[in-house]
Each structure stands twice: as structure tokens, then as C-alpha cells.
Design a protein around this ligand. Structure first.
Ligand code: GSH
Length: 221
């Protein structure tokens, strides 16, 4: 059985999960694979303990164990899963379409998940009185100004970024999760707002839905 190493923690305002690991969790779900979640200690990940670095030299989550194979980095893991467990296919066969999917996925990682999203998401892992509301507001503004216009345009006349659901949509499942908790306004971005709702309606979203408890999202048999 595949083991997904991640960070997840329950709070009164929802079950919070690592964004990059959520990308991988939804792909495990989309493919109907058997897996179990192993929750890493958040402090060990931030401190980059020797134990963590021995398992993932990036010192981050996620990584997976699939039998004797250990793979890290959400994009690398997702592509591995798609090649090793091809049905349903989440990358198109045509090289040009594949490149387009990979480019859109990379935009999600670089411009959204590694860009303004942590400024919105990290404070939710702290007590309300410890949050820097001003910084969170700036994160929301940067998301709107820098990241969303391209996505809004790309989604014109499409249900998913590359037409059908593909690996390109995996990072945005994590965005759907973050903004469900944060509740920021998406006024001015109707295509993107409808897209996030569509992502939340997929059965795989249940495994990262902030309303799903840790116990109910610990894997599948
Ligand atoms: N490129 C990596 C990024 C992973 C990443 O940044 N994970 C975050 C959690 S969502 C993390 O472990 N952060 C701890 C750190 O950066 O020290 C991937 O796609 O897996």
C-alpha cells in the first residue's frame, strides 16, 4: 500500500492540510489507489531534522513510499502515479497537450502555491490573535492581481484548465481548500470561482475538504 507522508492538523475552524501534499492526495483519490496517510510532525519538517532529511532531502512534504520506492516533490509524485497507475489517465497522450498541462500545473505551483497562497494559509495554522491580518490581506490582494487574471482567462469556456480534469488541476484543488477556509471574495473572477466550486464537487475533494476529519481522511483501502 502507498504511504503518503504529509502534514495535517485539526482546528476548530477545520482540518488543515499541506497544500502540496493535497495535490498528491487528490491524485491518489482520483486514481482509486489504496494508500494510507502518515502525518509528519510539523516542527520536524520546519526544523529539517536529520530524520526528515534522510527521508526527503528537500526537507518538505509530501513524499510517498510505494513498496521499496520513495519519491518526493508533489509534481514528480503525481507524474509517477500517472505513469505507474495509468487509469484514469491524468496527462494527455499528445506531446503538445501534455506540455500545455505541465505548464498550467507549473503555474499553479510557482505563481499560486509558492506565491501568495502561504501568506493566506499559514496564519490559519495559528491562533486568531497571532495572525497578521494585514499581511493576510496583502496575500489576498497579490493573489488577485498577480495570479488570478491569467487563470480567469484560461478558464473562459472550459470546465477545467486543460478541458478535462488533468494533473494541471491538482494544485487548484489545494487552492479550493485554502479559500474554503479563508472565504476571501472572488468578485471579478466568476470563471475561477465557478471552477473552484466544480473542483470541490469532485469526489476526490472529500479527502482534503476542511470539513472532513483526520480520521475520515486517513487513506483508502
Ligand atoms: N516543490 C515541493 C514543495 C513542497 C512544500 O513546499 N511543502 C510545504 C508544505 S505545503 C513544506 O513542507 N514546507 C516546509 C518548508 O518549506 O520548510 C513539492 O511540490 O512537493
Amino acid at each position: 500500500m502507498i504511504v503518503l507522508h504529509t502534514m495535517e492538523r485539526a482546528y476548530p475552524w477545520g482540518t488543515l492540510r499541506s497544500t502540496f501534499s493535497s495535490k498528491t492526495k487528490v491524485v491518489l483519490e482520483e486514481k482509486g489507489l489504496a494508500y494510507r496517510v502518515e502525518r509528519e510532525k510539523i516542527g520536524d519538517i520546519w526544523k529539517k531534522t536529520p530524520e526528515v532529511l534522510a527521508k526527503n532531502p528537500l526537507g518538505k512534504v509530501p513524499w510517498i513510499d510505494d513498496g521499496d520506492l520513495r519519491v518526493y516533490d508533489s509534481t514528480v509524485i503525481n507524474e509517477y502515479l500517472d505513469e505507474r497507475y495509468p487509469a484514469p489517465a491524468l496527462l494527455p497522450r499528445d506531446p503538445l497537450e501534455r506540455a500545455r498541462v505541465r505548464a498550467l500545473e507549473n503555474y499553479g505551483d510557482e505563481i499560486v502555491l509558492s506565491g501568495p497562497l502561504p501568506r493566506i494559509w499559514m496564519p490559519w495554522w495559528s491562533k486568531p490573535e497571532q495572525r497578521n491580518e494585514e499581511d493576510m490581506a496583502q496575500g489576498r490582494e497579490t493573489l488577485k492581481q498577480r495570479a488570478l487574471p491569467f487563470l480567469e482567462k484560461t478558464l473562459e469556456g472550459r470546465d477545467y484548465l486543460a478541458g478535462e480534469f488533468t494533473l494541471a488541476d491538482a494544485p487548484y484543488m489545494a487552492v479550493a481548500m485554502v479559500l474554503q477556509v479563508d472565504g476571501m471574495s472572488l468578485d471579478g473572477f466568476p470563471n475561477f470561482a465557478a471552477y473552484l466550486e466544480r473542483l470541490r464537487g469532485r469526489p476526490s475533494y472529500r479527502a482534503i475538504d476542511p470539513r472532513t476529519s483526520l480520521e475520515d481522511s486517513a487513506g483508502r483501502t
